[in-house]
Design a protein around this ligand. Structure first.
Ligand code: LLP
Length: 424
């Protein structure tokens, strides 16, 4: 579901023509739809029925504070993986007791910060981390709730680079070690083990691997309880797919909810989820302007003013993003193969190869759809290209939620060493 549609041949974000935003703010620009964000959050929550759930939006998908705040206003917590993300979530109005801190390599500084602000839970990924958290918390006179992240040896997801649940991936610990750490944590004064967490991958459509992982988790809960240990929470991670290609059916959320209910519903635990992509992907588009068209080697190229630094997913994961002209031409349905590329000096800076597309002339606008997740969040200034502007739309209103980076902001903080004259 997304609130980006054509009206009289013009592509709108909710009730705002994208062309108006591009005209006012310039391109490339990310445009987010508040209604789409809210819709996805509500749909996810509804799919869980009466289960006791705490939904922690995975901030990494789209870190803009306006996005986090939109979801926080609906009661969402935050799944975070760095001190920076915790700080963003707090700034955006997520209370500390709504924040889960996860990640495979948390530094002592990050852990101390998380404990000091009183995050809801830290997901532990190694024995060393457990000991460090326990020590830091004890020094601060605190008791930190922790979950142990298991690696269920079940892989899933749209691409090898985003699979996280296989035994040879870096994430989590084996069930054997998880059970050992749980017992250990139970005896340490600085921590209180409250449950287990799992996350096996991203862009998952088929729930079979998730069901397998959750079942292993449920079995583990019973083993822990049999030892007299208390388990009150299960963090079931994120990973649900977003619909990138409207011709491919997306995940059936009601079926997901039913599966969760069936596999872990009887355990009398609070359930946590960490959806990122499923909430944010279709809530954003990247609007760019065509710079030039050219033919090379028998192929037609369209060079646009967005590049791999703005949206790296196609280059990194061969990801598909639908591309729509912001203004439909009269011969919109007359398609011809086109390579859509950015201006960066790498052949990898390619958004689509030989994609059947309507003709787009230099100067016209093109929207990259479903780029609200892992779009701006993964952007860089490669080729010294400023970070794009970000805009949020709500009904017929819109506002810049992050202005385009200036050149001063991009390199003004760099200094020359003394031996080069130390001139600013
Ligand atoms: N929880 C944990 C522990 C995670 O590692 C992730 C994503 C999530 C939740 C959220 O997953 P989601 O619901 O968004 O699938 N940059 C890649 C995706 C990387 C996902 C990393 N972990 C992409 O653009 O496809």
């Amino acid at each position: 579901m997304r609130f980006f549609d054509y009206r009289d041949g013009a592509l709108y974000a909710e009730d705002v023509p994208l062309a108006d935003i591009a005209e006012a703010v310039g391109t490339p620009v990310y445009v987010y739809s508040r209604a789409t964000l809210e819709h996805h959050y509500r749909v996810f929550k509804a799919a869980m029925g009466d289960l006791p759930v705490h939904i922690c939006y995975a901030v990494k998908a789209n870190t803009n504070r306006a996005v986090i705040a939109t979801l926080a206003a609906l009661g969402a917590g935050a799944d975070t993986v760095s001190e920076g993300e915790i700080r963003r979530a707090l700034h955006a109005g997520v209370p500390p007791e709504g924040i889960v801190f996860a990640g495979v390599g948390k530094t002592d500084q990050e852990l101390a910060y998380a404990i000091s602000v009183g995050v809801r839970q830290i997901n532990i990924e190694s024995a060393s981390e457990l000991n460090r958290i326990a020590k830091l918390a004890e020094q601060m006179g605190k008791v930190q709730h922790v979950c142990i992240r298991v690696n269920p040896d079940v892989g899933a997801g749209g691409h090898a680079k985003i699979t996280t649940g296989k035994a040879d991936n870096k994430f989590g610990v084996s069930f054997e070690l998880a059970e050992e750490l749980y017992g250990l944590a139970d005896g340490l004064p600085g921590v209180e083990p409250v449950g287990l967490s799992v996350h096996i991958g991203s862009q998952i459509i088929d729930f079979a691997p998730m069901e397998k992982a959750y079942q292993k988790l449920a079995d583990c809960v019973l083993r822990l309880r049999a030892r007299g240990l208390k388990v009150t929470r299960l963090d079931l991670g994120g990973g649900l797919a977003a619909t990138y290609d409207e011709t491919v059916k997306g995940p059936d959320l009601a079926a997901y909810g039913a599966m969760v209910q069936r596999v872990v519903g009887h355990l009398d635990v609070e359930l946590e989820f960490e959806p990122g992509r499923m909430i944010a992907a279709n809530a954003g588009v990247l609007v760019s302007r065509a710079i030039v068209t050219k033919d090379n080697g028998g192929k037609s190229f369209l060079v646009v003013d967005a590049a791999m630094n703005d949206l790296i997913r196609p280059a990194l994961y061969e990801a598909y993003h639908q591309m729509l002209p912001v203004k439909k031409a009269d011969d919109h349905d007359n398609l011809a193969p086109l390579d859509v590329v950015g201006p960066v000096c790498e052949t990898g800076d390619t958004f689509a190869e030989q994609r059947p597309m309507p003709a787009i002339a230099a100067g016209e606008l093109l929207a990259f759809m479903s780029t609200g997740a892992y779009g701006f969040a993964m952007a860089s200034t490669y080729n010294s290209r400023p970070l794009a502007a970000e805009v949020m739309v709500s009904g017929d209103q819109w506002q810049v939620v992050r202005p385009r980076q200036t050149y001063e902001e991009m390199f003004g903080m760099e200094t020359l060493p003394d031996w080069l004259g130390n001139k600013t």
